[in-house]
Design a protein around this ligand. Structure first.
Ligand SMILES: NC(=O)c1ccc[n+]([C@@H]2O[C@H](COP(=O)([O-])OP(=O)(O)OC[C@H]3O[C@@H](n4cnc5c(N)ncnc54)[C@H](OP(=O)(O)O)[C@@H]3O)[C@@H](O)[C@H]2O)c1
Length: 254
């Protein structure tokens, strides 16, 4: 075995694909999410289920984060994959306050606390890797999903800062920035999107795994996504904001 990878949000979508990629590359797994039955199904579908530990936890709560950390004490976590995240559409002023908490607590707080906790041990050992799942939405404001895009800008910024901060420590941190990916979280809008810009969860997971192993700081899977991000960097912010506005066209009914 090459080590242990802890993967959050492993019960579906990109996280499930990441779990399969790590398992097929000879890593032991700790997989976590809220839905135990899906985690059990994933574990049992792997070639060697005994190499996978399940921890059920709601990472939008401090108790859930503490529970996960407490249940990983026996294993040395060599790789942390902060994948769990939720997407929300709609106007900020129309949201219930507790749904705002849910997004911030999962997309930002859980990722930050888990990184803080596991990074310490990795730095001491001078080895380890962290994969933070951001999004191409982190590169630009998106009025139809402003809170989500802002949370991914946070993930991107934190990851890039850490990457510089820990350079030469033997530890690396990578931001995986997928574009639209065919997963349960996008199933309501996927048919509205031109297929050439939609990636599969497996493609995204493999690109993230390879970038992580290579110690790259940024990974944007897919030519269309890379081109979109590169093009947007050259435009005035006012144009970038307007382009972000077009995404509203694809917003599912609230
Ligand atoms: N799909 C896209 O187009 C796309 C594009 C860019 C970035 N991303 C990012 O990729 C990541 C994975 O997204 P996905 O599309 O694969 O979504 P998904 O299929 O909906 O998976 C989300 C995962 O997060 C877990 N999760 C949700 N709430 C949780 C909570 N409170 N506590 C613990 N786990 C929780 C879910 O499991 P349970 O429900 O069992 O808890 C599930 O395993 C997210 O960070 C997302 O922002 C997605």
């Amino acid at each position: 075995m090459k080590g242990t990878a802890l993967i959050t949000g492993a019960s579906s979508g990109i996280g499930e694909s990441l779990a399969r990629v790590f398992a097929s590359n000879d890593f032991q797994l700790i997989i976590t999410a809220r839905d135990t039955s899906k985690l059990v199904a994933l574990k049992n579908s792997l070639d060697d289920p005994d190499q996978t530990q399940i921890v059920t936890a709601d990472l939008s709560t401090r108790e859930g984060i503490d529970h996960l950390i407490a249940n990983t004490k026996k294993e040395r976590v060599d790789i942390l994959v902060n994948n769990a995240g939720i997407m929300q559409w709609g106007n900020l002023q129309d949201r219930e306050a507790d749904t705002i908490d849910q997004l911030i607590d999962l997309n930002i707080r859980a990722l930050t606390y888990l990184t803080h906790h596991f990074l310490k041990g990795m730095i001491k050992r001078s080895s380890g890797k962290i994969l933070n799942v951001a999004s191409i939405a982190g590169f630009q404001p998106i009025p139809a999903m402003g809170l989500y895009a802002a949370s991914k800008a946070y993930v991107l910024s934190l990851t890039e800062s850490l990457s510089e901060q820990i350079a030469n420590s033997g530890v690396s941190v990578t931001a995986l920035c997928p574009g639209i990916t065919n997963t349960p979280s996008t199933e309501q809008l996927i048919n509205e999107i031109p297929p050439f810009i939609v990636s599969s969860a497996d493609e995204v997971a493999l690109a993230g795994f390879e970038a992580l192993m290579a110690g790259e700081t940024l990974c944007i899977p897919g030519v269309a996504n890379k081109t979109a991000v590169a093009w947007a960097k050259l435009q005035p912010r006012s144009v970038v904001r307007k382009i972000g506005g077009f995404v509203a066209k694809f917003a599912p009914d609230q």
